[in-house]
Design a protein around this ligand. Structure first.
Ligand code: KG4
Ligand code: ZN
Length: 342
């Protein structure tokens, strides 16, 4: 079944067609709004919605034409229904519903984080259920026990900032602009790992919850004693911050593998593009006698392929199409169910 996926939950317009029967991506495109929001230091919701209005249809036309497909040949249209910005989500929902009605094909509301979580299944040698998933994005930091499609048990969550948010806020302190995560990671490559040591929050007590806001404060206090134009010192701070995040996540992932008795770790969401994190988690999983899976870097951050893929899996499992136009800006992942047949 070939499914069109539409992602508009935040500041990327993502469109893709995934062929579920062949396990093949037939085409995809992402339009990033980074330049649009850069002057404001963060995403401006109204500007995000308006840009999705401008970009979604042309992007769909482009992806379908490049794949040589007519909309009537599709098995369905999947769109991100949440979590995310309400206005941005509504654009994707309305476009998906209108096109699907016109083409006479079913529509399916997809959970953005389920899209992220299942993205590694699009890679060669995909992970098999059950596994432990670490979801690290701009809005989420969660450890989840995944028994199967739609069978998610929350093991741990952040008490304050999400990891991506902590990267972005610390990057701002370092004068790196928005979104600062990738820029901070590049600066950290030049840093001295021995100059500063940041704490590993909440690793000295049992449990799988996280807290990352203290690391940002730690960076702020450290930076106060440094000259604003001292790039080498800034790189050392970036390195200490990233090392602390990576090590904290590795400790908690190891704990989750041991607590569940599982050996497969799946890592997804924007921060899973971070090279230091990928290397450390791969090393940890191997040391535990297991294996770690990641999406290819372009499918770590927001994209349409993960939505087309999750939609294709659910429709192929017989899930009933979504009848209403509702979006859910807040939508806990563990409220999802396995596919419910029509
Ligand atoms: O999944 P995503 O694209 O959007 C959300 O659903 O939130 O994640 C975006 C987040 C941002 O906070 C961004 O700074 C972070 O992922 N990010 C990174 C890297 N690439 C993206 N953080 C650290 N290192 C990276 N290489
Ligand atoms: Zn995301």
């Amino acid at each position: 079944m070939r499914v069109l996926g539409i992602e508009t939950s935040c500041d990327e317009t993502g469109v893709a067609v995934y062929d579920g029967r062949r396990g093949l991506l037939l085409g995809h495109a992402v339009h990033s709004q980074v330049a649009l929001h850069a002057d404001y230091g963060g995403v401006v919701p109204e500007l995000a919605s308006r840009d999705h209005v401008r970009k979604t249809l042309p992007l769909i036309e482009h992806v379908l034409a490049a794949a040589g497909l007519d909309g009537r040949e599709l098995g369905g249209v999947a769109y991100t229904a949440g979590p995310g910005l309400v206005g941005a989500l509504l654009v994707g929902a309305v476009v998906a519903r209108a096109l699907a009605w016109g083409w006479g094909v079913p529509t399916l509301a997809v959970h953005h984080m389920e899209g992220h979580l299942l993205a590694p299944l699009m890679e060669a040698d995909p992970p098999a259920f059950p596994f432990v998933a670490l979801l690290v994005s701009g809005g989420h930091t969660q450890l989840i026990e995944v028994a199967g499609l739609g069978r998610y048990r929350l093991l741990g969550d952040t008490r304050d900032d999400a990891v991506g948010e902590a990267f972005d806020k610390t990057a701002k302190l370092l004068g790196l602009g928005y979104p600062g995560g990738p820029a901070l990671a590049r600066l950290a490559d030049d840093g001295d790992p021995k100059r500063f040591t940041f704490p590993r929050p909440m690793t000295d007590r049992p449990g799988l919850d996280f807290s990352f806001s203290g690391l940002k404060t730690h960076a702020l206090v450290t930076l106060r004693d440094l000259a604003p134009d001292d790039r080498a010192a800034h790189a050392d701070v970036a390195r200490a911050f990233q090392d602390a995040v990576v090590e904290t996540l590795a400790i908690k992932c190891r704990r989750a593998l041991r607590a569940t008795g599982l050996r497969t770790l799946v890592v997804a969401g924007g921060v899973s593009a971070n090279r230091a994190l990928r290397a450390r988690l791969e090393q940890m999983a191997t040391a535990e006698g297991g294996v770690a899976h990641f999406p290819r870097p372009e499918f770590c951050t927001d994209n349409g392929a993960m939505i087309a893929h999750a939609g294709a899996l659910r429709l192929a499992a017989g899930e009933a199409p979504t009848a209403d136009l509702a979006v859910r800006p807040r939508w806990p992942l563990d409220e999802l169910h396995p596919p419910v047949r029509a």
